[in-house]
Write a protein that binds this ligand. Structure first.
Ligand SMILES: Nc1ncnc2c1ncn2[C@@H]1O[C@H](COP(=O)(O)OP(=O)(O)O)[C@@H](O)[C@H]1O
Ligand SMILES: [Mg+2]
Length: 343
């Protein structure tokens, strides 16, 4: 799908010098020029200026219909020195460690993955809770089959709801009436997130947090306030996976959160009838992205109808013993190993 090296080399030659110096990767995919730049040390205005200069230089080039630029902050910094995050140190949160599950955009299966990962970890004997931090599009109540439950507070803090899968859970959906539109803003959203995270998670050693999609301020504030021990980035195999994963990686870097690795979801469609595996969205994009960004690749979760059906039914795949469940178990083993080592 990527066009010949000659073409992207021609584009490289058009870049302003500062952009060329900071270039991490440039790919030309079906007329879309996709660049990842190292934005270390740049103020927001300088980043914007650099992005504008790159677009001005490449947009007129023949064969280019669109230019996308992802800026990555110094990726070595957070792993090497998490304490040097650009925020006044938040008090080290007592209580469970946090594992953030994030993605550059929605619809990649982040919630599905967070739920199944939490369950697979619980089946390994870990004491895991699940927090749905996706305020506007909560899905963990449905995924864990707790849609009909409502959370209550005890001594001013919420009490997590027990699911049937050994994983207590809290979601905005447990606080609002079913189907009620959630149209909160700014401080109120942060307040709601704090309530979910600072609930009575007493028995849990780990909270898997399904972050809101995207890489905005809410996410960053949350990361900085709650200091996750690590983050898993979910991506699909599509061409733009590199862009989205790069954005998510940049967000975790800014928040001083070490990245456990990238998971490729919906990788290869296994026909439920004959078992033949095909690649409707291509495959390998996330692995290539992980390699380019120098973060571990944690493996693939297949695109399989049972994963969606079981998610919709509130009986997540990882709770069963299908071959699809095995993919989540394999992932959980890696994540658990990483967490143990980091501790
Ligand atoms: N590996 C998979 N195979 C099949 N369907 C999947 C898979 N992962 C996610 N889905 C489905 O894709 C849709 C989006 O997934 P979701 O977890 O809600 O994504 P996100 O949280 O990133 O928006 C859901 O309908 C979900 O059931
Ligand atoms: Mg979601």
């Amino acid at each position: 799908m990527t066009s010949g090296a000659g073409t992207s080399d021609e584009l490289k030659a058009l870049l302003p010098i500062e952009a060329a110096d900071r270039l991490q990767s440039l790919r030309l995919v079906e007329g879309r020029a996709i660049l990842v730049l190292d934005a270390s040390g740049l103020a927001p205005a300088a980043r914007d200026g650099l992005e504008a200069a790159v677009k001005a230089a490449l947009e007129p080039a023949p064969g280019v219909s669109e230019v996308r630029v992802a800026m990555m902050a110094d990726k070595a910094a957070p792993a090497a020195a998490p304490a040097a995050a650009p925020v006044a140190a938040a008090p080290a949160p007592a209580g469970p460690r946090i594992l953030a599950v994030g993605s550059g955009k929605g619809g990649v299966g982040k919630s599905t993955l967070a739920a199944n990962l939490a369950i697979a970890l619980a089946r390994m004997g870990r004491k895991v809770g699940l927090v749905d931090a996706d305020i506007y599009g909560p899905s963990q109540a449905r995924l864990l089959g707790t849609e009909d439950k409502r959370a209550v507070a005890h001594e001013g803090r919420l009490v997590p709801l027990q699911s049937a899968w050994g994983v207590p859970v809290l979601s905005m959906a447990h606080l609002s009436k079913a189907g009620q539109a959630i149209a909160w803003r700014g401080p109120k959203i942060s307040g709601a997130l704090v309530q979910l995270l600072e609930a009575h998670w007493d028995g849990a050693e780990l909270l898997v947090v399904d972050l809101p999609p995207g890489t905005g301020d809410i996410q960053l504030t949350m990361l900085q306030r709650f200091r996750p021990a690590g983050a898993v980035i979910v991506s699909t195999p599509q061409d733009l996976a590199l862009m989205d994963a790069a954005r998510a990686l940049d967000m975790f870097a800014k928040g001083g959160v070490p990245v456990v690795g990238v998971v490729e979801n919906m990788a290869g469609y296994a026909c439920p009838h004959c078992g033949e595996v095909s690649d409707p969205f291509g495959s390998g994009g996330a692995e290539a992205a992980a390699k380019e960004m120098d973060v571990p690749f944690l493996g693939r979760i297949p695109l399989h109808i049972t994963i969606r059906r079981e998610g919709d039914a509130g009986t997540p795949t990882a709770a069963g013993d299908s071959p699809q469940a095995e993919a989540f178990t394999t992932l959980a083993r890696q994540v658990a190993g990483w967490l143990d080592e980091a501790a």
